[in-house]
Design a protein. Structure first.
Length: 331
């Protein structure tokens, strides 16, 4: 969020290619990733995931029927950080605007006392790259990302500690059908299959306060046509909100991403350490910031947030502004 010349000759004392390897991670911040020509010369980046897209009332799905949710995230790079969490000496900037279109169907079919649901997410991205001291990486002008489909069980209007509690478990699959051309350094498609299993909940403490969280674990396959595989990782969204008015809530929101396994090549998790001196390929980032949520008559929702990123390793860091809109399509 990368060209053949950048992917070659990437030894432990040659830091410039490493910075471009870190640069690959910028599209991930906007739910997309780029891949190099020669994947074995750079450690692979993590595939798309949910970083602060949904926070307030995330565990609540509403009545059975169809629902549309639209998301927009603008990411602006502040700096790029290496495997030790140190700022890399580069002025490279990658700014991206990503929109996602999610279509949800919550059925009346009961599974384990919950409602069976299905979802499809279609991502679209616009990316710009700039550098005043060197060449910026090339970007694929096609904007379609990898489609995500999911199957969920939603439990609504339950109780926890005597308080209203709604929660959901969902299995998502990311399909490598987005735009990908290896001649471009940055592509909308991650070019691999990714599987994510998450649990989201909302606990309403009283009429003013509620707590919401989403905890997700992700497993990735090899990048298609290569032996490189990004490691498994965790990501989570968290929020505490307070009702200023019956229809308006203020929130303190956060997200965290932590890679659990080292990236591997041909099944070897020490490959990038022995070959290129990258002893730690695991990514990490913490984002936090304020938000507002407005509830429309009829069940619609608009959520606006701004996140500042810190505690970063092996990826760029910056500011992420996010807008989420939920519109029920069934009466």
């Amino acid at each position: 969020m990368q060209a053949t010349t950048l992917a070659g000759n990437s030894g432990p004392h040659n830091t410039r290619p490493l910075f471009y390897s870190l640069l690959q991670l910028t599209l991930l911040l906007a739910l997309f990733t780029g891949k190099p020509h020669n994947a074995q010369a750079q450690d692979p980046t993590l595939p798309p995931t949910n970083l602060g897209l949904a926070n307030v009332f995330d565990g609540i799905a509403g009545k059975p029927g169809f629902l549309y949710q639209g998301y927009a995230q603008l990411f602006q790079t502040r700096a790029i950080y290496d495997q030790n969490g140190h700022k890399a000496p580069t002025d490279l900037k990658i700014n991206s605007l990503v929109t996602l279109h999610q279509f949800i169907y919550l059925s009346k079919i009961k599974v384990g006392s919950g409602n069976l649901g299905f979802t499809t997410i279609i991502p679209v991205a616009q990316v710009s790259a700039s550098s005043t001291t060197g060449n910026a990486p090339s970007t694929n002008p096609k904007a379609w990302g990898d489609i995500i489909t999911g199957t969920a069980i939603q439990w609504s209007d339950k109780k926890l500690f005597g308080k209203p509690f709604s929660h959901r478990t969902e299995l998502d699959i990311s399909w490598p059908v987005g735009a990908y051309t290896k001649s471009y350094a940055i592509n909308p498609s991650a070019h691999l299959y990714s599987f994510g299993l998450y649990h989201a909940f909302t606990l309403q403490l009283n009429k003013q306060f509620s707590i919401s969280a989403r905890n997700q674990f992700n497993y990735n396959t090899h990048i298609i046509g290569t032996k490189a595989r990004p490691g498994a990782f965790y990501n989570g969204n968290y929020s505490v909100d307070y009702a200023l008015l019956p229809s308006l809530r203020i929130e303190a929101a956060a997200y965290f991403l932590g890679q659990l396994q080292q990236d591997s090549y041909d099944g070897h998790s020490d490959y990038y350490a022995t070959q290129y001196g990258i002893n730690n390929t695991r990514e990490r980032v913490l984002g936090y910031g304020p938000g507002l949520a407005y509830f429309f008559p009829g069940g619609g929702l608009m959520e606006v947030k701004g996140f500042f990123e810190t505690a970063v390793k092996n990826r760029p860091a910056g500011f992420r502004s996010t807008v989420r809109v939920a519109i029920p399509l069934s009466k």
